[in-house]
Design a protein. Sequence first.
Length: 174
Amino acid sequence: MAVWWCLTIAFIVAGYSARPASAQVLYGSIVGTLTDQTGAGVPKATVTVTNKSTGLKKEATTDDAGYYSIPNLPEGTYDLAITAGGFRPYTQKDLNISINAVRRVDAALQVGGLTEEVSVEASTALLQTTRSDVSVSLETKAIENLPLSGYHNFQTLINLVPGATPGRSGCSGA
């Protein structure tokens, strides 16, 4: 009977002293609050972080109080850029992000002139007005890099052209 009590007490003590296992964390985070010169939060500002070694970019938008959070960042060195309408751009370089760490970057934005930029990009479709046929040119490199089996000769490539109806002759290879 004494052995049973000793085992019961040992299990109870072991149960209370056991620490819960935690999962391995592989990422870090950046959080912060953006304010203006009066201390008020800056809403709808765009916060972008760029990993200097991999080029990975992540973006967040501040809420109504100026708070932002960019989670799940792999360990590395990042550049932070902030843009908001009516404020000067803000940048901070060489932020070290560690695994399982939250880096806080608060910023006070300076009022700047409102600038507008209009960018117009247009390209004209090449229209052949001297002939009424439709043609497609495929570069050799594009054909060689196709991840499709069964298209190893030029006659079967017609099946890849949208709207084309391949012919059914004996020597087409299809």
